[in-house]
Design a protein around this ligand. Structure first.
Ligand code: PGA
Length: 262
């Protein structure tokens, strides 16, 4: 098999952080760093703020060359779902992508595989790109269940979505071992690469082209080890929580990714 042609992504998940001042500072710093250091390079830079801030972020993100996304979306198209945000409303606000299946949504908000499938389908139908997050817990890892858990997560939530996808860019996977999220512990590049190579095979089982979809690694990513991670063939980029809150550190991640993309 020849070398896979890949796009490279750095995606920031701000979670329930960043106030208006932080947002203004983030985009200003990011834009200045970009102007100082480089031409806009080969990495796709995406950020997911809190949904209420999407409208404020839209012009700033556009100017900084960053795509905006949501951290969550409703599984339903529209209707009497008080407090929910529809994919259609997100798309109308200029949002490009949504995260689906983040472990915090699965565990803290009880989102099960079927809810995640509906969210994925609804978002794709409304023209949003989906960054589908999945990964094993520490207990599952210790029980050597990582591969079976990943397979289950893909099959139960992504079975049947293939007809909704015309370009692989519409569905990106983010392998995020639950034990690595916000803990300062990362999977080794070899572990992550092996899991992500396995995910490509499982995508084929649900009728998707495993080699064509981008697969990112997430879980305590920092600029000190992004290079090691992304030098692995199955790691096409990173989904970053904590380190995405600091614009200088986030820019370092983007710079490293850009070096590796070219
Ligand atoms: P972290 O979060 O980088 O803070 O570990 C990653 C994520 O939750 O997507």
């Amino acid at each position: 098999m020849g070398k896979r042609k890949r796009s490279v992504y750095v995606i920031g998940n701000w979670k329930m952080n960043q106030g208006l001042e932080d947002i203004a500072l983030f985009f200003k710093t990011f834009e200045n760093q970009r102007l100082k250091k480089s031409k806009e390079g080969g990495a796709e830079v995406w950020v997911a703020p809190q949904s209420i801030h999407l409208g404020v972020c839209a012009p700033l993100a556009r100017k900084a060359g960053v795509f905006l996304g949501a951290q969550n979306c409703s599984a339903h198209l529209q209707g009497a779902y008080t407090g929910e945000i529809s994919s259609r409303a997100l798309a109308e606000m200029g949002v490009v992508f949504t995260l689906v299946g983040h472990s915090e949504r699965r565990t803290l908000f009880g989102e099960d595989q079927s809810v995640l499938r509906h969210k994925t389908e609804t978002a794709l139908k409304q023209g949003l790109f989906v960054v589908f997050c999945l990964g094993e817990t520490l207990q599952q890892k210790n029980n050597q269940e990582t591969f079976s858990v990943l397979e289950e997560q893909v099959i139960s939530s992504l079975q049947g979505v293939a007809p909704l996808i015309s370009s692989p860019r519409q569905l990106i996977l983010a392998y995020e071992p639950v034990w690595a999220i916000g803990t300062g512990q990362t999977a080794t590049p070899e572990e992550a690469n092996e899991a992500q190579g396995f995910l490509r095979k499982i995508l084929e089982k649900v009728g998707l082209k495993g080699e064509s979809h981008s697969i990112l690694y997430g879980g305590s990513v920092k600029s000190s080890h992004i290079e090691e991670l992304m030098s692995k063939p199955h790691i096409d980029g990173v989904l970053v929580g904590g380190a995405s809150l600091d614009p200088v550190e986030f820019f370092r991640l983007v710079e490293c990714a850009e070096t590796l993309s070219g």
